[in-house]
Design a protein around this ligand. Structure first.
Ligand code: CA
Length: 447
């Protein structure tokens, strides 16, 4: 577990004034990483500070020689693979250079002007070469809601409370926030049992609000990562939209799980909020009801029990093409919290490596849809428009559309809809830190 130290002090201020403004996602206590370019050139690793990005390679000379290799790469892989102590040293130095009390960068006008770039003039790219992507299913509320629709009498399968369920996703179609997503075409179930499927554009397109976590140092093939060591192998977290074609999914998912219903696109937010920055917002694991089994030994650890959770508040909003034309604000669809996931990030990572599967720096894992107990916290349209109740799953699959301020309504996403996810951490005695946004707009299916 990372330490809470002077970089989290609520009194720490930056000479980048916008970072000190109340409500900024990127105060000096956060310091999330991105990979970015401007219109004219690729820059490399950036750090979010207020409404600016600090170009790390530009101020490389201000770092100790042994740290310079981590920050000068063409992506974040080197930093992700660095020992935890070095990652902490990089954070400490960035914090120092951006602090009001330090004159080294602040006082060097030439360097300052070239290293500090307004976020409004940059574009972001996927922060590292993600070789493997795994999607989990760690919210028991989401699993129960979705199970209730498909198996009303048996919503939660017997393995769920023993094993972090996941599937191998597609890394090549992970796209950066802001990139448009084309509605997929696929096989749709026969209208009646025994009939033939048809092929066409997905009609039941959905989003899934998830939290992603990047692997830092990996493990060799055949070795495992113990639950006691798991946190040291985590680099940081981002927001993930696991776009889902529900009609394709329904027809293809048995017996081997999701495939083309998911692999057409997964959107991630540009910023990776590090495990170091998240230290003050760690919390106990979700409290299992007394009647639930305890995890097996290899997924149990005292520190995981007391601090394995992460208190991240999440929000999903929607705008339609009509709403944007009418200058209407995005409509909030749901609000949830990551702290109430049934499995922690350490348990998911440990379980993933427990068969000797080698995890590698830059691998992305996603939590599964973050849904909580309340209806207003359901993290996808499949759940939000479903009339069923968690404690009474029998009513079945009635759907009620969500009314929008434009007079439109939605059961699933229409072409031109933009989904906007955001997240932040807040706790008494600490500065609020944010994740920025994860955005994606739906394009019509190919002709
Ligand atoms: Ca998912």
């Amino acid at each position: 577990m990372r330490p809470i130290d002077h970089t989290h002090s609520v009194d720490l201020k930056s000479w980048v004034e916008s970072a000190n403004e109340e409500g900024s996602d990127f105060p000096i206590q956060n310091l999330p990483y991105c990979l970015f370019h401007t219109e004219s050139e690729f820059h490399g690793i950036g750090v979010g500070i207020g409404d600016h990005v600090l170009d790390l390679s530009c101020c490389k000379a201000l770092f100790a020689e042994e740290l310079q290799e981590y920050i000068d790469g063409h992506n974040l892989a080197g930093l992700m693979e660095a020992p935890v102590a070095d990652r902490l040293a990089v954070r400490h130095r960035i914090s120092e250079l951006l602090s009001l009390a330090c004159d080294e960068l602040q006082g060097n006008e030439g360097l300052r002007d070239s290293a500090l770039i307004p976020q409004s003039s940059v574009s972001y790219v996927v922060p590292t070469d993600i070789r493997d992507y795994t999607d989990f299913y760690a919210s028991v509320f989401h699993a129960t809601n979705v199970g209730s629709m498909f198996r009303p009498n048996n919503p939660l399968l017997p393995n769920y409370k023993h094993i972090p369920i996941g599937y191998h996703g597609r890394a090549s179609s992970i796209v950066m926030s802001g990139q448009e997503v084309r509605r997929p075409i696929g096989q749709l179930a026969p209208a009646e049992e025994g009939g033939s499927p048809t092929r066409g554009a997905c009609k039941l397109l959905d989003y899934e609000m998830e939290v992603g976590f990047f692997v830092g140092t990996g493990n060799a093939l055949g070795e495992t990562i113990s639950i006691a060591d798991a946190e040291d192998h985590l680099f940081g977290m981002c927001l993930v939209n696991d776009w889902s074609a529900r009609d394709l999914q329904k027809w293809e998912y048995q017996p081997l799980g999701p495939f083309l219903a998911k692999s057409f696109a997964t959107t991630i937010s540009p910023w990776i909020v590090t495990m170091e920055a998240l230290a003050p917002f760690r919390c106990p694991v979700f409290e299992r009801p007394e009647t639930d089994p305890q995890p097996l030994d290899y997924l149990s650890h005292q520190q995981n029990q007391s601090q394995g959770g992460v208190d991240i508040r999440l929000e999903v909003a929607l705008t339609t093409a009509q709403m944007r034309n009418e200058n209407q604000a995005p409509h909030v669809l749901s609000r949830g919290n990551f702290r109430d996931m049934y499995w922690t990030v350490a348990q998911m990572l440990t379980h993933h490596s427990s068969n000797g599967c080698n995890l590698q720096a830059g691998d992305l894992m996603a939590s599964g849809t973050v849904s909580n107990r309340e209806r207003s916290s359901r993290g996808c349209l499949l759940e939000l428009t479903w009339d069923g109740e968690l404690d009474n799953p029998v009513p079945g699959t009635q759907r009620t559309p969500i009314p929008l301020p434009s007079g439109e309504e939605r059961k699933f996403l229409a072409d031109g809809d933009e989904v906007i996810m955001s997240g932040y951490c807040e706790k008494d005695g600490f500065r609020r830190i944010g994740f920025g946004q994860c955005r994606g707009t739906i394009l019509a299916a190919a002709k």
